[in-house]
Design a protein around this ligand. Structure first.
Ligand code: ASP
Ligand code: MG
Length: 428
């Protein structure tokens, strides 16, 4: 791919729904942009607060051809109130907002097709269009010069609606062409894109981080800063555990591992492109922008992938452990395993942990009643099946004996697995 380096001073900032949830947080966002005043800068913004969820509800009503007017009004009023709070002279922004509403209304008065995901994408994009239009106009009012860009013209995807995959090459070309000489601040949308047919697409729930990574990757940005309501990544979920430690730095590799085990950190899909180009990802708090946050980068200074190197643990509740054995007590063999895996693929069950012995094979998966019931029924046709529910899967990276003791004391251990860096326990 043609790599342009003329914009390597460029930074990308990403602000999620919680950072733009009301007028006050938009004022805060403006403060952050003023404070950092970095140029060139591309600011990727999500829909305000839970607007995407509200638009999904709207889509469902529309799709079932039921009355959606109240739901639409709720969404409009929410944004209109924010506009009223933010603007001294709202004439221009009101006009722009009304135009978007008009477009959305035109869509809603058409009869829905039979493709729900298609309809979903034609409607959910408005969340990010509303938020970025309002914020761009507000920043102008506050003398923060900026250019509003419709990212749908630049991020091109396939036609897998609601979960579209970018066409990396075409996207990079379009982004590079657009931003080659960019000197200033750009305000644009996360999450949304378009396909070859010109229809709206979206990158999957919580997809704005991924948008920011696509942009940073395509433009060889110097850094991506994701602004969050927490001060960075912690050694465990601060909402669940006391004595958690904030991580100053995490390697890309470690971040992908942690995300894989279920840490609610950035999605691996977002890390990968950054890792490929060694673009650091800085997670910072929009509430306390002076705090140092967590830097995700190629390596950490202490070479362990974690700085400070402390045990990091992730717990997943509501697990079921299923043990599967041939009915005739024969050994579990490759054909059994391939049989079992194809069933799990069929019911779209993701295996969180597995273990095999001579006569049985065990899997630990999320307990989703409908899928699990189907799986168990199928398995019972050919196997002897035992299971335990209400279990917790604990994964500890960089473990030591005291953290294992602390997390497993008084609990019944069903499975334990240890490798050099990772210890995992299925417990009750
Ligand atoms: N607004 C979208 C969502 O809520 C994308 C995002 O926030 O990352 O899923
Ligand atoms: Mg969001």
């Amino acid at each position: 791919m043609n790599v342009h380096n003329q914009n390597n001073k460029l930074k990308v900032f990403k602000f999620g729904g919680a950072s733009v949830q009301d007028a006050q947080s938009i004022i805060n966002l403006a403060g952050i942009l003023k404070k950092y005043n970095h140029k060139p800068l591309i600011v990727v913004i999500s829909a305000m607060n839970k607007t995407t969820r509200q638009l999904i509800k709207l889509t469902q009503l529309y799709f079932k051809s039921t009355d959606y007017q109240n739901q639409l009004k709720l969404i409009i009023d929410f944004h209109q109130n924010i506009i009223n709070e933010l603007f001294i002279e709202p004439k221009n922004i009101n006009y722009e907002f009304e135009q978007l509403i008009e477009q959305l209304n035109q869509k809603l008065t058409q009869k829905p097709s039979s493709d729900y995901d298609f309809e979903y994408d034609q409607i959910v994009v408005y969340g990010e269009l509303f938020s970025t239009k309002i914020i761009a106009a507000y920043l102008k009012q506050e003398n923060i010069d900026n250019e509003w860009v419709d990212i749908r013209k630049l991020i091109k995807t396939d036609a897998e609606y609601a979960n579209a995959k970018p066409d990396w090459q075409q996207t990079a070309q379009l982004l590079q062409k657009q931003f080659k000489y960019q000197k200033n601040t750009v305000i644009t949308q996360g999450f949304i894109a378009s396909n070859q047919q010109g229809f709206n697409t979206s990158l999957g729930i919580e997809g704005s981080d991924f948008s920011a990574a696509i942009i940073a990757y395509s433009l060889n940005a110097q850094e991506l800063v994701v602004w969050k309501d927490v001060a960075g990544f912690y050694s465990s979920d601060p909402k669940l555990f006391k004595n958690v430690v904030k991580l100053d730095a995490v390697s890309f590799h470690e971040a992908v591992e942690l995300a894989y085990y279920g840490a609610k950190i950035i999605h691996p899909k977002t890390i990968k492109p950054l890792q490929n180009k060694k673009i650091p990802l800085h997670v910072k708090s929009f509430i306390n922008p002076d705090l140092s946050g967590t830097l995700i980068k190629e390596t950490t200074e202490n070479n362990t992938g974690l700085q400070p190197e402390v045990p990091v643990f992730i717990t997943k509740n509501n697990q079921i452990l299923i043990s599967i054995a041939p009915q005739d007590f024969s050994f579990i063999a490759e054909d059994n395993l391939s049989d079992i895996f194809s069933l799990m693929a069929r019911f779209r069950i993701k295996v969180n942990l597995m273990q095999n012995s001579a006569i049985s094979f065990s899997i630990c998966v999320d307990y989703e009643p409908v899928r699990i019931k189907q799986l168990l029924l199928e398995l019972k046709n050919n196997y002897k099946v035992l299971y335990n529910t209400n279990l917790t899967l604990i994964t500890i990276r960089h473990y030591n004996s005291s953290i294992i003791e602390e997390l497993t004391v008084g609990r019944k251990i069903f499975v334990q697995q240890k490798s050099r860096n990772t210890a995992r326990f299925v417990v009750k």
